[in-house]
Design a protein around this ligand. Structure first.
Ligand SMILES: Cc1cc2nc3c(=O)[nH]c(=O)nc-3n(C[C@H](O)[C@H](O)[C@H](O)COP(=O)(O)OP(=O)(O)OC[C@H]3O[C@@H](n4cnc5c(N)ncnc54)[C@H](O)[C@@H]3O)c2cc1C
Length: 468
């Protein structure tokens, strides 16, 4: 029997589940289809949440092992219990995914378990675990099927020795040698986890710098800090093959400049070269839903695909592959379907790397502004001169604020240092309100806090920092 809904959302990740809840709040009859055993998508199951659990625990382990003894917190017989650490991570994931299920019940969102495809303009077909097919009718459909790890030619992921981020979140023992292909944020976060737990980590990156698109000064500082932490880097190097030989991975790579070839062996290889839109089994071409040049679903400014009543959000469409971007699009598309005027400000989407120290950014980089011929001023303040960072012995890094040369309007902020992943929100809000660097500089910041570094960087835009 067919059941009717106002909107069916395919995919229960941050884009899809948030969109479902917002639509329900707006009074729609909503169903969300999810093929994974639990809700929450990549983010809650194999992305943001499990990686942050391991980042937090491995950082604590590393600090107790290597730093606390010198600070008067002495411990003997410190032992790593990886099984317990993984169990804790799995428990956090379960609690949060069950939390989304609870929110669905609370908001009366129907949870359809199985794989969804669009079989007609207003029909979604769901195939469950027992291969049973059910058809559901909807006035509107939202595709939020997210993304999947990708690889490069010559490298096949087996999730045993050559793994994606999903495999690297669940190693059953600490690999002695870990090679990471790709110096983006996922590779560097997972590299930090396993380095702190005892692996010898080597990152092989095609470009001559890490984190493509990041402010150059921050990227250089970040590389310096990671090297100081003992992570090895082979930059400007192209991996040609990675093979499994007698339970070990053999990775061949060539330096782009010198053409020198090298071969490294490792217990595990993490392939972290990016992600691709997950379009499998959606039936897009039959529905005449068009893709863009990057193989993502093409949408207009209202998230409409090439079919009138079908929308798409999150990792399957253009823009950064980030959970909070998907969530914001989920809210906005729900409001657009309700006839309201939703809007996502892509200039103020922050990005954060949860290493130690953290790295955070919002808005334009200097390179982007130069390309756009926009004249700007820069203010910088080092954590070395921030009293709270100093007493906590976490003085690596700095805050950089970029403002328009004439109007002083804040155009971007780039930070590396303790807690900057949380601190970036201050500049995001300032930018949303169209603030100037003078506005931030004249805002009272609690003392002693790391956030004073933001105020001082804003003062530095006008060359008048107090503490540096
Ligand atoms: C290791 C790692 C760490 C990350 N860390 C961060 C971070 O710290 N911060 C951040 O902002 N982002 C992070 N991300 C990225 C973030 O996870 C994604 O940007 C986000 O999950 C995208 O949300 P989404 O709703 O578009 O898609 P997804 O979260 O991928 O959800 C899509 C869901 O749709 C389901 N699905 C797919 N096809 C079908 C179908 N046909 N029928 C039914 N269901 C289907 C999938 O099973 C999946 O559950 C991380 C990613 C990884 C891999």
């Amino acid at each position: 029997m067919e059941k009717n809904f106002d909107v069916i959302i395919i995919g229960g990740g941050p884009g899809g589940y948030v969109c479902s809840i917002r639509l329900a709040q707006l009074g729609f009859q909503v169903a969300c289809v999810e093929s994974r055993k639990t809700l929450g998508g990549t983010c809650l199951n194999v992305g943001c949440i499990p990686s942050k659990s391991l980042l937090n625990l491995s950082e604590n382990y590393f600090k107790v092992k290597n730093e606390f003894n010198n600070l008067g917190i002495e411990s003997s017989e410190l032992k790593l219990n990886l099984t317990k650490m993984m169990n804790n991570k799995n428990k956090s994931v379960l609690t949060l995914t069950k939390g989304v299920e609870y929110l669905f019940k609370k908001n009366k969102v129907t949870y359809l378990k199985g794989q969804g495809s669009i079989t007609a303009k207003n029909t979604v077909t769901v195939i469950d675990d027992l291969k049973k097919k059910s058809n559901y009718k909807a006035k509107n459909v939202v595709i939020s099927t997210g993304s999947l790890p990708t690889t490069i030619p010559g490298v096949k992921i087996d999730e045993k020795i050559i793994v994606s981020s999903t495999g690297a979140l669940s190693f059953d023992k600490v690999p002695k040698e870990l090679i990471i292909i790709g110096g983006g944020y996922i590779g560097l976060e997972m590299g930090s986890v396993w380095k702190r737990l005892g692996s010898n980590v080597t990152v092989i990156e095609y470009l001559d710098h890490i984190i493509p698109g990041m402010d150059k000064e921050i990227s250089n500082e970040f590389l310096k800090i990671l090297k100081k932490q003992g992570i090895n880097f082979k930059l400007n190097s192209k991996v040609t093959t990675a093979n499994v030989v007698k339970n070990k991975a053999v990775v061949d790579f060539t330096n782009n400049e010198s053409a020198k070839r090298q071969r490294f062996e490792a217990d595990k290889v993490l392939v972290a070269v990016g992600r691709k839109a997950n379009l499998e089994s959606l039936n897009l071409s039959k529905m005449n839903i068009k893709l863009d040049t990057k193989g993502k679903i093409k949408v207009d400014e209202n998230f409409k695909t090439s079919v009138e009543n079908i929308y798409a959000i999150g990792d399957v469409i253009r823009g950064p592959m980030l959970a909070h971007k998907a969530e914001d699009e989920g809210v906005v598309v729900a409001e657009i379907i309700a006839g309201q005027s939703g809007h996502v400000n892509y200039n103020t989407i922050p990005s954060v790397i949860y290493t130690s120290p953290e790295v955070a950014a919002v808005g334009k980089t200097e390179d982007e502004l130069k390309k756009e011929n926009i004249k700007y001023k820069v203010g910088k303040f080092p954590f070395m001169a921030n009293s709270r960072a100093k007493v906590n012995n976490e003085t690596d890094g700095f805050v950089k604020i970029i403002a328009d040369e004439k109007t002083d309007k804040v155009l971007g902020a780039h930070m590396i240092g303790p807690h900057v992943g949380t601190m970036i929100s201050e500049v995001v809000i300032a930018m949303e309100f169209g603030a100037s660097s003078e506005d931030i500089a004249r805002t009272c910041h609690a003392h002693p806090t790391h956030t004073e570094a933001v105020k001082e960087a804003a003062l530095a835009v006008d060359k008048r920092p107090i503490h540096y």
